[in-house]
Design a protein around this ligand. Structure first.
Ligand SMILES: [Zn+2]
Length: 339
């Protein structure tokens, strides 16, 4: 796993290359970014580069003994620490300390989910960071760096992973997964620029079936063909699903596409052409606010979904009346490629 195999993050790449080539990489590095953004991959590539004895312009050579043992997964001086249960405990940090002082060779310790270290473990690590043994490097990975001790963060050189462009994710999916271009593009758009999340979605065997269901609901709401009773049934059915967030993200994406296509000159291919852009924009905002509530509060999922579906159908029904648009004009939703 070298930097060459990693996609995007040009700013991060350039900062790391400069630090490595100018010998300015700190003994303590903190890599932060959302879940699925690629922290582990970048942390491993950086570890490999630090340990390589023949680095070329920041890149590990891939051929020296160090690189070969790293690629084989048995480098004696690379330590990777992950939570034991819910936390990283003090015993884990203590056991590392013993290994560090054994020999004089360069060593790297990568700590996954560093923010779940207990207070005791954090204090123990802080002592190491304050007076690091020669040639010992720490790479801390954290999704929520605000949970780390301030004193730890202040001792680290900090780098941030940003979401990738949709085109980068699509290319990555086409390279690494056996996907059609259409599915790769769809998954890339939902992934929010997070490669880890994109791979998870690409491997999800229920993805196509779920998207078909979303299209049916999007169509039913836009045409107003479901009765109030049927909407309540949808809400009950969806509220039990573990993939509710993805389901709603797809629903929002369908209406967002319709809104964008409504702004194009040729609307003939837009199955939502008779619904005005303001209503579509409102629907997307409403869906996003529901996703936020679901993920950040203890709201009653079923009641929230009932309200969402009723509001969406009511919003769209106003467009049907004002434009004379009826369900007979809509045969089926056609989901176009991104505009
Ligand atoms: Zn090497």
């Amino acid at each position: 796993m070298s930097f060459k195999n990693l996609v995007g993050q040009n700013e991060l790449r350039s900062l790391l290359f400069s630090a490595l080539t100018e010998n300015k990489l700190s003994h303590s590095v903190l890599l932060t970014g959302p879940s699925g953004s690629g922290k582990k991959s970048w942390g491993r590539a950086l570890s490999m580069a630090v340990l390589c004895s023949c680095r070329v312009a920041g890149e590990p050579c891939m051929e020296c003994i160090s690189c070969r043992s790293f690629l084989n997964g048995n480098h004696p001086d690379f330590f990777e620490l992950s939570p034991d249960g819910r936390n990283i405990k003090i015993d884990q940090i203590r056991s590392l300390r013993q290994k560090f002082y054994l020999q004089g060779s360069k060593k790297v310790c990568m700590i996954n989910q560093a923010e779940v270290m207990t207070a005791e473990a954090s204090s123990s690590l802080l002592k190491l960071l304050e007076d690091p043994p020669d040639d010992l490097h720490f790479i801390l990975l954290a999704r929520q760096p605000r949970l780390l001790f301030d004193t730890i963060v202040s001792r680290c050189q900090r780098y941030v992973l940003k979401p990738l462009d949709c085109s980068d994710i699509t290319r990555l999916l086409l390279d690494k997964k056996q996907l059609s271009e259409e599915k790769a593009s769809l998954v890339a758009r939902i992934s929010g620029g997070l490669p880890g999340y994109a791979f998870e979605l690409a491997d999800d065997e229920h993805f196509e079936g779920r998207f078909e269901e979303v299209k049916t609901l999007a169509y039913n709401l836009a045409t107003g063909c479901d009765s109030a009773q049927q909407l309540l049934s949808w809400a009950r059915y969806l509220s039990d699903r573990e993939d509710l967030t993805i389901f709603l993200e797809l629903l929002g994406m369908i209406y967002r596409d319709g809104m964008i296509q409504n702004l194009c000159v040729d609307k003939s291919m837009n199955w939502l052409a008779d619904i005005d852009s303001v209503s579509l924009e409102d629907s997307v905002m409403l869906i996003n606010s529901v996703i936020y509530e679901l993920n950040n509060t203890n709201v009653n999922r079923r009641l929230l979904l009932e309200k969402l579906l009723v509001l969406l159908q009511r919003r769209f029904s106003k467009c049907q009346k004002s434009s004379g648009f009826g369900s007979s004009r809509l045969e089926k939703p056609i989901i176009l490629n991104p505009v």
